[in-house]
Structures are given as C-alpha cells and as structure tokens.
Design a protein around this ligand. Structure first.
Ligand SMILES: NC(=O)c1ccc[n+]([C@@H]2O[C@H](COP(=O)([O-])OP(=O)(O)OC[C@H]3O[C@@H](n4cnc5c(N)ncnc54)[C@H](OP(=O)(O)O)[C@@H]3O)[C@@H](O)[C@H]2O)c1
Length: 254
C-alpha cells in the first residue's frame, strides 16, 4: 500500500493490546503509512517504538479508570480519534463447562466483551459528533463456529459480532464505520497465554501447518480503515490456506 499521501490527514489510530501479536503488527502497519498512533496494553514497556508520532501508555481494558486515563492521554497527544482497533483479547485454557472453575470465563468475558464495550462507549460519541470515525473489532473464526473446550472464548467472539452489528445500526447515517476482522489461526503469543506459559503446548497448535502471521491480519485491518469514507468493509473472515474451520486444519507429516 502507498504511504499516506496527505500527512495533514494522518489518522489518529488507537490500538488496544498493542504490546504483542496482531496489535503490535497493526501499529507498525499504520505507522509505516504515516498515521499517528495511541497504543495501550498492560505491559506498556513492550509497546513498540515506532517511526511515527506515537503515544505508548498503560491500559487495562477491564479497568474503567485505566480506560479513561488512557483515552484522555490519547486525545491530549493526538486529538480526536479516527480509528479504534479493539484488539485486546485472550483465551484461557481449553476446558469443558463441566470441568471449569469459572475463573477463566470471567477473565475472557471481562476482557473480550466488557473491555471492548468500556473502550467503545467512550469513543463512539466523539466519532458521531465529528461525523466520521471507524471502529474495528478483532473477532475470530471462533465467533463463527464453536469447538469443544472453547465454548466461552467462542461465545465472547460471537458476542462481539452482535456488538458490531448493533453498533452498525446505532451509527447508521452518522458517517461512523464498523468493521469486524475475524482471523483463523495466527501465530502470536495467543497460545502461550491460553496455555499459561506452556510453550510446548502452544507450539503444538502450529505443528505441521502454516498459520497466518500478525502482519497478514494487520494488512486486512489497514485495508479496511483506508477505504474511501463511503465504503464500509462490514466483516472479513481471514483464514490460513491450511485451515477450513476451527476444527479442520491441514498438517504435514515430518
Ligand atoms: N492468534 C490467533 O490465533 C487469533 C485468532 C483469532 C482472533 N484472535 C484475536 O486477536 C486479538 C489479538 O490476539 P493475538 O493473537 O495478537 O495475541 P497476543 O499476542 O497474546 O496479544 C494479545 C494482546 O492483548 C493484550 N491484552 C490482553 N488483556 C488485556 C487487557 N486486559 N487490557 C489491555 N490489553 C490486554 C495483550 O497485552 P498485555 O498482556 O500487555 O496487556 C496483548 O498485547 C485477540 O482479541 C484475539 O482473541 C487471535
């Protein structure tokens, strides 16, 4: 994609969960086009340093005070927010409903659903007032098809699709765009987090197959956000060629 031809129209892009994986790659991709970034995550020291005007600030999307402090810093740094990438999210464990204790459910629901809502509701009114803006949800193929042991993670991502759909109705006619980018398997820290630091288990998720990279997904996000104002990419389901569904992955031997 060409570099941003009009630096005066550099977008202010907010990326949640930018300390790793898809969020960090998205930040790099927007920065390469000359846009302005506000990046948040709990591990603020891991937020990428970019060759573009960038705010790097602590953010815990499950904590409303943290969300407010982060957004105030973002606006102080770069003014009104043009693009919000709701990327922060996680899966914890693979466990049946009968075997679960409920701790992991709370963490996933608080991060993937409530976290997105806490940020979005503090950004959308400003976008409506400006008559433009773009909210990008990072969903998942897990929001399209459920797998055993992943019911609650899948529920959070299916819920996100409903939230995106509702928001699209609520902002219709205001100029605000809402996109859901829903990847299949991407090799990031996602599986290490899911298996609580068990690198061997995390690596086994990708054995013999070729997953997406974080950069592949970042390209899709940037594509959606840089269409002309009258074009809204509603949703993108982005899969590795080696994956047909959460349960069907092609693996090579040896
Ligand atoms: N990898 C996949 O296969 C895959 C597939 C489909 C969808 N996704 C989705 O893609 C998104 C990004 O995941 P990823 O694959 O890039 O995984 P990742 O490398 O583990 O990155 C997750 C990011 O979310 C942040 N985060 C988690 N909890 C947070 C919180 N409470 N507040 C703020 N930030 C928080 C993490 O930062 P800190 O820990 O520093 O806070 C990290 O930067 C997630 O929503 C995930 O569900 C991933």
């Amino acid at each position: 994609m060409p570099a941003n031809p009009d630096p005066d129209r550099a977008l202010h892009v907010v990326v949640t969960g930018a300390s790793s994986g898809i969020g960090a790659a998205t930040a790099r991709a927007f920065a390469a086009l000359g846009h302005r970034l506000s990046l948040g995550a709990r591990r603020a020291e891991r937020l990428p340093e970019l060759d573009a005007p960038t705010l790097r600030h602590p953010l815990d999307v499950t904590d409303e005070t943290s969300v407010e402090t982060f957004l105030a810093a973002a606006r102080a740094a770069h003014g009104a927010i043009d693009v919000l990438v709701n990327n922060a999210g996680l899966a914890r464990g693979v466990e049946t409903i009968a075997d679960a204790t409920g701790e992991a459910w709370r963490e996933m629901i608080e991060t993937n659903v409530l976290g997105v809502l806490h940020v979005t509701r503090r950004v959308v009114p400003e976008m409506i007032g400006c008559g433009r803006g773009h909210v990008v949800m990072i969903g998942s193929v897990a929001g399209h098809e459920t797998y055993e042991g992943g019911s609650v993670y899948c529920a959070t991502k299916r819920g996100l699709r409903s939230i995106a759909e509702g928001l699209r109705y609520e902002t219709l006619g205001t100029g605000v765009r809402v996109t859901s980018v829903d990847p299949g398997m991407v090799e990031t820290e996602f599986s290490v987090v899911r298996f609580r630091g068990d690198q061997t288990k995390a690596d086994s998720v990708y054995t013999g197959t070729r997953p997406l990279t974080a950069d592949d997904v970042a390209e899709c996000i940037v594509f959606a956000a840089t269409r002309p104002a009258h074009v809204n990419i509603d949703s993108m389901l982005v899969m590795p060629t080696d994956q047909a569904s959460p349960k069907r992955v092609h693996r090579r031997q040896g």
